[in-house]
Design a protein around this ligand. Sequence first.
Ligand SMILES: NC(=O)c1ccc[n+]([C@@H]2O[C@H](COP(=O)([O-])OP(=O)(O)OC[C@H]3O[C@@H](n4cnc5c(N)ncnc54)[C@H](OP(=O)(O)O)[C@@H]3O)[C@@H](O)[C@H]2O)c1
Length: 254
Amino acid sequence: MTEHHRVAIVTGGSRGIGRAVALRLARDGHTVHLVYREAADEAAEAVEEITAAGGRARAHRADVADEAAVDALVDDVAEQDGGIHVLVNNAAVIDDRLLLGTRTAGWERVLRTNLTGPFLTSRAVLPVMLDQGWGRIVNISSNSVRIPGPGQTAYAASKGGLEAFTRALAAEVGHKGVRVNTVAPGKVRTDMTTAVADLLGGDGAGTRWGVPEDISGIVGFLVGDEADYIQGQTITVDGGRLVMRDRAGRGRAS
Ligand SMILES: NC(=O)c1ccc[n+]([C@@H]2O[C@H](COP(=O)([O-])OP(=O)(O)OC[C@H]3O[C@@H](n4cnc5c(N)ncnc54)[C@H](OP(=O)(O)O)[C@@H]3O)[C@@H](O)[C@H]2O)c1
């Protein structure tokens, strides 16, 4: 199978890291279906940018936490394009607050979007991938699993669950030609982090903030043929923040 006829679904493809992933996969020849929840204008702009460069893309409004919407989306894509080869579970929300101030509804919204969402999308695409005998699922986690900040119990728990989900699913479907891996970004400048980046003064000495393209490159690699022997892994992409922290006992990075 050539990569030029592959079909990819990227959740949260309207903005930030997901948008960079959508552009990268389109450049690599995938037909890209990018999923968004609210930002219709940004989603349309991403599609325009891809098509202007000669790629193929379509935007879909769907909440990844909504089972019926996810099933309808996947049916639509499979029917239109005759296959689904790549799923990038990138859509997520953050709602940082200390545990004692965390309402059950807020906790459940984070878990529902960040963990149940990837469950719903993966379950929906798997029959198609298993029929093809080929598939790639990349889940976007976070360094918050290993170095959570105060207020991140819900977010870190959702991403820790996603990494465990990745390993368990990889063990389940590996022998059927489906690869399931996680990419765990460090701090990347997007709408999700603008407020905290500004608060921290942006790029400090020795601590570069990542850009979405720092993440999309590894995702592009993981969904390709060269990554066939990588399964059930979490790949950290954080400019060295984690390893430098281990050495210095604080958050210094590249
Ligand atoms: N930025 C960082 O520093 C960082 C660090 C570690 C991990 N991550 C992870 O990287 C991923 C992307 O983060 P980002 O910074 O690019 O986020 P972002 O700029 O806030 O963009 C989030 C994207 O997810 C979509 N989305 C949110 N909830 C959704 C839902 N229920 N259904 C469908 N789409 C939904 C949004 O759609 P709309 O545009 O329609 O709202 C948007 O496209 C996330 O998984 C995040 O946890 C980010």
